[in-house]
Design a binder for this molecule. Structure first.
Ligand code: S3P
Length: 172
């Protein structure tokens, strides 16, 4: 399967934005972050959108901006943690290109997220144990979507070398 479009999915804190930037440099193509586009489009932070407009509105906007990528050619897109789980987003991404699930362990995610939880409305009010419980529950709820990805990279994998191999395999 040749792919000009790569989508990174996974729970918040799994490194989607970080790896999308790196991959886009390796491939020499555009790298995008769906959350950043939502923020630019709405001229509000994610936290403000959740607080003022609600999650339903956020999810509609997220789907709308994801579909905007239909017209774009070669890119790597970091999606928000919930993006594959709403509307037909996952099917759409799978049809458009290659979907890679960054399946980092909950323990590592908690360590990363505790420092930057203020920007993340779903966990901003939680302590360390609360974030761990929340992420475990989210993984259960989202598993059926995430597991549809073409590839799943576990936390024990050397992410950089696997991603480079996938690029060789899929990107012209
Ligand atoms: C969300 C994850 C966030 C952002 C929003 C909702 C989620 O993106 O889209 O706060 O539902 O998991 P990141 O995964 O980039 O943090």
């Amino acid at each position: 399967m040749a792919a000009e479009k790569i989508f990174l999915i996974g729970l918040m804190g799994s490194g989607k934005s970080y790896w999308a930037k790196k991959m886009s440099k390796w491939i020499k193509c555009a790298g995008y972050d769906l959350d950043d586009l939502i923020v630019m489009n709405e001229e509000k932070t994610i936290a403000e959108i959740f607080a003022e407009d609600g999650e339903d509105y956020f999810r509609k906007t997220e789907s709308k901006l994801l579909k905007w990528f239909k017209e774009k050619k070669k890119y790597v897109l970091a999606t928000g943690g919930g993006a594959p789980c709403f509307n037909d987003n996952m099917q759409w991404m799978k049809k458009e290109g290659v979907v890679i699930w960054l399946d980092e362990s909950v323990e590592i995610l908690v360590q990363r997220l505790i420092k930057e939880k203020a920007h993340r409305p779903l966990i901003a009010h939680l302590d360390e144990a609360g974030i761990a419980t929340f992420l475990q529950q989210q993984l259960v709820n989202r598993f059926s979507f995430y597991q549809q990805a073409h590839y799943r990279l576990g936390s024990d994998e050397i992410v950089e070398s696997v991603l480079k191999k996938l690029i060789q395999k899929h990107v012209a």
